[in-house]
Ligand binder design. Structure first.
Ligand code: PGA
Length: 255
């Protein structure tokens, strides 16, 4: 049975104090999780040791990071390595978020290298993909997403796919209040799983969680998570309030 996961991506938000209060609120209200139902909190780099400390000893809720660099160490001022993240208590690393690709020019080649470093350091990858509005309007979103996955992720051998989570985030739905319909989400998730089956076989494809991201909130999480190939969510805005985030976690637990 593949895992269901709700991951909060705080992006560049919250002071250390606000972050500590948010994690405390989430931990306080957390429903019962299990080995098949995980929660991840991807706080900004400076928060990570604090977040990890707050989550220490808690089961099935993990500290995440929002990025890492594609070199293992050296003269790369301002960057953070996979081994640093591992040593700080990180279990999941988000890679290839559309904001990173768009504002920081991250390429598939860089992402492919980062994927290796994250996995080689014993962490899991949450690999993001998703099309801009003009691609959706042109009707070529399937090919767009397939290319992102083949170039940035599917160089991995099948044996490493158990450490991979995919997040489908249509760019036109991120932070816009415009959620993909359940049909649009399910259609793309099924496409992603079909491409994975083509590369790795149906057994591997059936085990990799595919999260939906883009204006997911407590009011629409249940219907999204009810889709056969939607295994949870990557949550931005609604991850910044304990009540909203917990509402989405509850929808994942109930799904
Ligand atoms: P959103 O962001 O939930 O605020 O739309 C999702 C994301 O970018 O991960």
């Amino acid at each position: 049975m593949r895992k269901k996961i709700v991951a909060g991506n705080w992006k560049m938000n919250l002071t250390m104090q606000e972050g500590a209060a948010l994690v405390a609120g989430i931990v306080d209200g957390l429903p019962v999780l299990s080995d098949n139902k995980h929660v991840v909190i991807a706080s900004p780099f400076v928060h990570i040791t604090q977040t990890a400390k707050q989550l220490e000893g808690k089961e099935y809720i993990y500290t995440g990071a929002q990025n890492c660099y594609q070199e293992s160490a050296g003269a790369y001022t301002g960057e953070v390595s996979a081994s640093m993240l591992k040593s700080a208590g990180v279990a999941y690393v988000i890679l290839g978020h559309s904001e990173r690709r768009q504002y920081f020019g991250e390429t598939s080649e860089q992402l492919a290298a980062r994927v290796h470093l994250v996995l080689n350091n014993g962490m899991k990858v949450i690999f993001c993909c998703g099309e801009p509005l003009e691609i959706r309007d042109a009707g070529t979103e399937n090919a767009w997403v397939e290319t992102q996955l083949r170039e940035g992720l599917f160089h991995l051998p099948a044996s490493q796919m158990e450490h991979v989570v995919i997040a489908y985030e249509p760019i036109w739905a991120i932070g816009t209040g415009r959620t993909a319909s359940t049909e649009q989400a399910q259609q793309m998730h099924a496409h992603i799983r079909a491409v994975m089956a083509d590369v790795y076989g149906a057994d591997v494809a059936a085990t990799v969680p595919i999260l939906y991201g883009g204006s997911c909130k407590p009011s629409n999480a249940a219907e999204l998570f009810a889709c056969a190939d939607v295994d949870g969510g990557l949550i931005g805005g609604a991850a910044l309030k304990a009540e909203d985030f917990l509402g989405i976690v509850q929808a994942m637990v109930d799904a």
